[in-house]
Design a protein around this ligand. Structure first.
Ligand SMILES: *Cc1c(COP(=O)(O)O)cnc(C)c1O
Length: 400
């Protein structure tokens, strides 16, 4: 039985009737950019994320660019971000003319190592962009402490973590700005590109709103240069239908993650990642000790609410990850390597100074070990069991 990595139809098609109603409403209105549905969507997002301002925009990448532009970050400035992330985090910084400075990550939670970040702060550092990778918060206490000490802006990349919590607070509402994505593979997947920027700060909200529309305020008067980062009315109308169901999507992913962890952790050579080895919190530096294991399962810290954008295994041993991936592909089970190359290893950043790209060895190692398996909310019990069956056989080395 084939199991896709993601099946957006399984989530969208049961909502067809409501989605058609939303489409018809927008078609009848004749208004296709911004408008009342975008306003309502922003208010609904602000309520869910317990934040004062929510600014809908054209993509998660544009939300990051908008935040950087609103803060006036540009040539000569440095912005600190994790090396192990999707390209958009780094690309948005480079596009402003600022220099991205890549920092190693924690092998347990995959997020930026705040202590290693501290070592890369210079007099040019203007901002830090933690990414809440795969749906779990980075160590925001440590990042906030660092930002306070060095007077840095904090832009949270929450593209994979909308609705995720840390110590009870929604990710994206702790720093100055939080940026979210509605790309179809994200937990709140839209019908094309879309994004959101949030902030508690009135002035920062105003600046971002101006940037969204060519820096225009009032009409045809431009005191700053912005862009076209607006959201389509149709996108907002359709996303509102899905936002109303969002809690059930998260619950489904959490249920599936718990099932995988229960089933896999019974197997020989499989362990759950140990929070005691987290570099962010403990600096034990004995993470290599865990590598007697064949597979390390992802863990949600007790103080975080993980929303499982990905369920990412670490497959230990040279060539082992690729072997498991080949086996899953052969059996029709979707899987993907997020990400095979770290940011400091990208060709487009090869010209950056060594200091921007140094000391990312854990990220490099993760890029050879990680494998994400299907976790979407609508997986059936048979599909879950098929994934468990194939991986179990591979681990045991028996016939599949
Ligand atoms: C998806 C993603 C983005 C970009 O979002 P888009 O809406 O695709 O532009 C940024 N950062 C991370 C970590 C992402 O996963």
């Amino acid at each position: 039985m084939p199991v896709p990595l993601l099946d957006v139809n399984a989530q969208n098609h049961p909502l067809t009737e409501k989605l058609r109603e939303a489409f018809d409403r927008v078609l009848a209105s004749g208004q296709f950019i911004m408008g009342p549905d975008v306003l309502a969507f922003e208010q609904e997002c602000a309520a869910m994320l317990e934040v004062k301002h929510a600014i809908a925009c054209s993509s998660g990448t544009d939300a990051l660019v908008m935040a950087l532009m609103a803060l006036g970050i540009g040539p000569g400035d440095e912005v600190i971000l994790p090396s192990f992330t999707f390209f958009a985090t780094a690309g948005s910084v480079a596009r402003t003319g600022a220099t991205p400075v890549f920092v190693d990550v924690c092998p347990i939670c995959f997020n930026i190592d705040a202590e290693k970040a501290a070592a890369k702060i210079t007099s040019r550092t203007k901002a830090i962009m933690p990414v809440h990778l795969f749906g779990q918060s980075a160590d925001m206490d440590a990042i906030q402490a660092l930002a306070d000490k060095h007077q840095l802006w904090v832009i949270e990349d929450c593209a994979q973590a909308i609705g995720s919590l840390t110590k009870g607070k929604p990710c994206g509402t702790i720093g100055h700005y939080g940026a979210y994505s509605f790309f179809p593979s994200k937990n709140l997947g839209g019908f094309g590109d879309g994004g959101l920027l949030v902030t508690h700060d009135d002035a920062l909200a105003e600046k971002a709103r101006m940037m969204r529309n060519h820096g225009m305020q009032p009409k045809y008067f431009h005191s700053v240069v912005g862009g076209n980062f607006r959201m389509d009315t149709l996108q907002a109308a359709l996303l509102r239908v899905k936002l109303a169901e969002y809690d059930s999507f998260t619950a489904g992913r959490q249920r599936n993650a718990a099932y995988y962890t229960e089933k896999f952790s019974e197997l020989p050579g499989v362990i759950v990642a140990d929070p005691a080895h987290c570099q962010c919190f403990t600096r034990q530096n004995d993470w290599l000790a865990e590598t007697n294991a064949k597979i390390i399962l992802p863990v949600s810290y007790a103080h975080n609410t993980h929303i499982w954008n990905q369920y990412t295994l670490r497959v230990i041993g040279e060539g082992q990850r690729d072997a498991l991936k080949a086996q899953l592909m052969e059996k029709g089970i979707g899987c993907e390597v997020y990400y095979p190359l770290t940011m400091d290893q990208q060709e487009c950043f090869a010209h950056l100074p060594d200091a921007s790209r140094s000391d990312c060895e854990i990220a490099h190692r993760l890029a050879t070990e990680v494998l994400s398996i299907p976790i979407y909310a609508e997986l059936t019990q048979q599909q879950l069991d098929e994934v468990v069956r194939v991986i179990t056989s591979w681990i045991r080395g028996g016939p599949i």
